[in-house]
Design a protein. Structure first.
Length: 381
């Protein structure tokens, strides 16, 4: 079986980039029977090359960083990648990029697609980008789903949801959980710290892309109400990947209008190497989303012994189980109550943290790669 893996992705910090990075590192440790070709951008390869095991069965096809731009990446995937696959006599393509080359079946090449979002079908109006881009993305994703030989999703919730949305067959879809990045697990890894940031202050922490489906504005409103109490001595610190500039400006306008400049601190597009200590010293980690098929950051927070509260939506209860507390993202008073409960109730907090230490250990990239390879081999047979 000649396998190719498409890991061409954005150069920005994102869930997709995190997946590709961790998958590639764990894949390099596998004992492989056949040769494997991995397509990867130069910038990502240089970031992770020191963490890759030497594996004579793996050949890295290192591509220009221009492919990290969505437009050029799609052109390459649909028109250039199929030629390369055919030239290299590839039997199976694994693509964890939400898309595959749409002509792949005509080339007699099998494909396994990993889908990281159901957003276009459940909250189309909350997707970033203009209407043409959103329609195009949704259409190409759906065509890719229907063209692949096997679809992998990241949770049971995601599987059930996409089956109902697109009327798919259950046997055509497999669930494979994601894992926790090694940088959050190894104490020996040197962690970066932000300059001019007081890690000893009381703060609530969050990591979210700046998009409407994360409903960040309601979180800010709840925090603002709590902040009016003189006894509430906490900052809100949020790391953002800014994908929707219009929504970002809405958030900034709210901060300015309510005089929260000194209470809400935003770090935009910072390196993920800064995250471990931001989790570690936070009093509480908060995450909210209307549409999440997994949600890595809550598990990352758990590894740093940080108490987690999360919205009771999509796959988040499945992934976090009893290792987090839950709130209704549309109920500002409920958000306030859950924040206060998890800051003040020490017995409750200890119980949550105890569960968290067991929970995050259930998710590993080695297991993810092993289960993914098993699915790929089954397709080949």
């Amino acid at each position: 079986m000649k396998l190719a893996i498409d890991l061409i992705c954005t150069g920005n910090n994102s869930g997709t980039k995190s997946y590709n990075s961790n998958f590639c590192k764990s894949f390099s440790e596998c004992l492989l029977e056949d040769n494997v070709t991995i397509y990867i951008c130069n910038n990502l390869y240089n970031e992770i090359k020191n963490d890759l095991r030497i594996n004579k069965k793996i050949h890295y096809e290192i591509k220009s960083n221009i492919l990290s731009i969505t437009f050029f990446r799609l052109i390459w995937m649909q028109f250039i990648l199929p030629i390369s696959l055919k030239k290299n006599n590839i039997d199976i393509l694994y693509s964890p990029m939400n898309f595959i080359p749409l002509i792949i079946k005509r080339l007699n090449i099998k494909s396994v697609l990993c889908l990281h979002t159901n957003l276009p079908w459940v909250h189309f109006e909350k997707m970033p980008g203009n209407i043409i881009r959103k329609i195009f993305t949704k259409k190409i994703m759906e065509l890719s789903i229907r063209a692949c030989d096997k679809l992998i999703v990241n949770s049971n919730y995601a599987k059930s949801e996409i089956i109902n949305l697109l009327n798919l067959k259950d046997k055509s879809i497999e669930k494979v959980y994601l894992g926790v990045d090694d940088k959050f697990l190894k104490k020996s890894i040197k962690k970066k710290r932000l300059e001019n940031f007081n890690y000893n202050q009381n703060y609530i922490f969050s990591v979210m892309s700046c998009v409407k489906y994360h409903n960040i504005l309601n979180i800010f409103k709840a925090f603002n109400n709590l902040n009016k109490d003189r006894n509430f001595n906490f900052k809100f610190v949020i790391v953002m990947q800014i994908l929707d500039k219009k929504y970002y400006n809405t958030l900034k306008d709210y901060i300015y209008k309510e005089g929260l400049d000194h209470s809400i601190q935003i770090f935009a597009n910072i390196d993920s190497e800064y995250l471990p200590d931001l989790y570690k010293f936070a009093s509480l980690y908060l995450f909210t989303s209307y549409s999440e098929v997994f949600g890595l950051t809550t598990l990352e927070a758990m590894t740093q012994n940080c108490n987690v509260i999360v919205s009771n939506t999509s796959s988040l209860p499945e992934i976090n189980s009893n290792a987090a507390d839950y709130f209704n993202p549309d109920d500002i008073k409920n958000i306030e109550d859950i924040i206060l409960k998890n800051l003040k109730d020490e017995i409750h907090k200890i119980e949550i943290l105890k569960n968290a230490k067991l929970r995050y250990q259930s998710f590993s990239w080695k297991l993810n790669v092993r289960e993914t390879l098993k699915i790929i081999k089954k397709i080949n047979n």
